[in-house]
Design a protein around this ligand. Structure first.
Ligand code: UD1
Ligand code: CA
Length: 459
């Protein structure tokens, strides 16, 4: 393991989000911003990652999980003060420390690694990632001396009019020699426009101490986009979505209209799968090859096999096999398992139900807490009556059973293999293999009934 450490600053409140949710927990492409940064840092070669938490510390900690250690910054006294919270852990170690922000979700591990490489290769005390942009308002400016070397970084609010004109900005991403960082951080004061301990002041102090500082200008400024409000949140989402969609297309997935296709950063899709417009695939979904999905479908945390067709449907937390047909207008609710070549058709709702191979529920059916064997046919309008107002009960249907239209199967109940249930039956007792169950009152036809009514005769 290398002596490389990352510190991700995530203690701020994010006032401009105007939200109950802490800023770094807002999602970009279905994943909280802080997770994007922690995951990218995880892909770079760090021996340890720290996240500085403050506002919403417990919620942020929960999102970070075991992938990094959270350190509490009780009061937010500035970015320099935030980094100092890791002093007990890092100040006495040899090595390199990279500082990242929890609200820059687009940063990639490649850029992080490049910065480390430059700092280490040139034996610099620090390397700072900079960018030259048209409108530098709000950013810290990178001030260079007459020979072009970095002299210091000046915050927008502290900059004089000459400094304000500088278009090279501090992206807020740095790589430091560890010991030098912590030694100088202790010398940073809060004597500035915002009364904060500024991390970028370390750059000026290093230069004053004749240490080597490199400003490395990034080729992709978008990666360092900071999210401070909902407009930037949408911009970050759009950028990341384009990136995800392009990767998918390069891997052989057809997106009929990439601009209206929303794929999570975590999902995988096999080649030759075609995604129609208006489709949202979120969470950890895994979709096989040769499927067609959409238009207007929502798939959340599902595993789907190959050559399956999903049309205008909603699927959550479920497992779907190969060559299954779903929709249009089906709703597959959590914990369902639908095996190969099964069919779940129009206006069918499935919940916590297993459907065997080649079984069909083609129209207007509710299947809840049920287990269907293979080659079962569920008639149109059939319902598993799984709830008595208090508890839920299971329905079991054996291989090859045929359930007629508009049957109610009152659970708990078992329908045997090859059994028939007559249309319109309300089944309250289990049915043996190969039996026929008819549970409806017999039809009686009363001849000339209408003629016997006075009412009828008078008309
Ligand atoms: C910072 C830089 C600025 C740079 C810009 C790039 C400083 C002083 N300025 O400004 O040079 O151009 O980023 O986006 O660093 N945070 C804490 N604890 C604190 C203060 C901040 O954890 O006490 C976290 C925030 O949650 C945020 C990050 O640090 O994620 C940046 O803080 P912010 O106040 O937004 O700095 P900027 O004004 O954007
Ligand atoms: Ca910021």
């Amino acid at each position: 393991m290398s002596n490389r450490y990352a510190i991700i600053l995530a203690a701020g409140k994010g006032t401009r989000m105007k939200s109950k949710l802490y800023k770094v927990l807002h999602q970009v492409c279905g994943k909280p911003m802080i997770r994007h940064v922690v995951d990218e840092a995880g892909r770079a070669d760090f021996s340890k990652i720290y996240v500085i938490v403050g506002h919403g510390a417990n919620d942020v900690k929960a999102a970070v999980g075991k992938d990094a250690e959270c350190l509490l910054q009780k009061e937010q006294l500035g970015t320099g003060h935030a980094v100092l919270q890791a002093a007990d852990q890092l100040a006495d170690l040899d090595g390199t420390t990279v500082v990242l922000y929890g609200d820059t979700p687009l940063i990639t591990h490649q850029t992080i690694e490049k910065l480390i490489h430059i700092q280490e290769e040139q034996h610099a005390a620090a390397a700072v990632l900079t960018a030259t942009i048209e409108d530098p308002t709000g950013y810290g400016r990178v001030i260079r001396d007459a020979s072009g070397n970095v002299a210091k970084i000046v915050e927008d609010k502290d900059a004089n009019s000459d400094e304000k004109r500088v278009k090279e900005i501090n992206t807020g991403i740095y790589c430091f020699n560890n010991r030098k960082l912590f030694t100088l951080l202790r010398q940073v004061t809060n004597n500035n426009a915002q009364g904060e301990y500024y991390l970028p002041d370390v750059i000026g102090l290093l230069v004053q101490g004749s240490e080597k500082v490199i400003a490395y200008e990034t080729e992709s400024f978008e990666e360092t986009l900071g999210v401070n409000d909902r407009i930037q949140l949408a911009a970050a989402g759009k950028y990341m979505q384009e990136h995800i969609n392009q990767t998918m297309m390069k891997n052989g997935v057809t997106l009929v209209d990439p601009a209206s296709t929303y794929l999570s950063a975590e999902c995988t899709i096999g080649n030759d799968t075609v995604i129609y417009p208006g489709t949202i695939i979120s969470g950890q979904s895994r979709i096989g090859s040769g499927c067609t999905v959409g238009p207007h479908s929502q798939i959340k945390n599902c595993v789907i096999g190959d050559e399956t067709q999903i049309e205008q449907s909603v699927l959550e937390d479920s497992w779907i096999g190969n060559r299954v047909q779903i929709g249009p207008f089906a709703h597959i609710r959590p914990l369902s398992k639908i095996h190969d070549q099964a069919k779940v058709g129009n206006f069918v709702e499935v919940k916590n139900t297993e459907i065997g191979e080649r079984s069909k529920a083609s129209h207007l059916t509710y299947l809840g807490d049920a287990t269907l064997g293979k080659d079962v046919n569920m008639g149109c309008g059939t319902i598993t009556v799984n709830y008595d107002g208090k508890d839920k009960f299971a329905t079991k249907i054996g291989d090859g059973a045929f359930i007629g239209c508009n049957a109610n199967l009152v659970a708990p109940v078992t329908i045997g293999e090859g059994a028939f249930v007559a249309a319109g039956s309300t089944i309250t007792q289990s049915v043996n293999n190969n039996a026929l169950a008819i549970a409806r009152s017999r039809q009686t036809n009363k001849e000339n009934y209408a003629l016997k009514l006075n009412y009828r005769a008078n008309h």
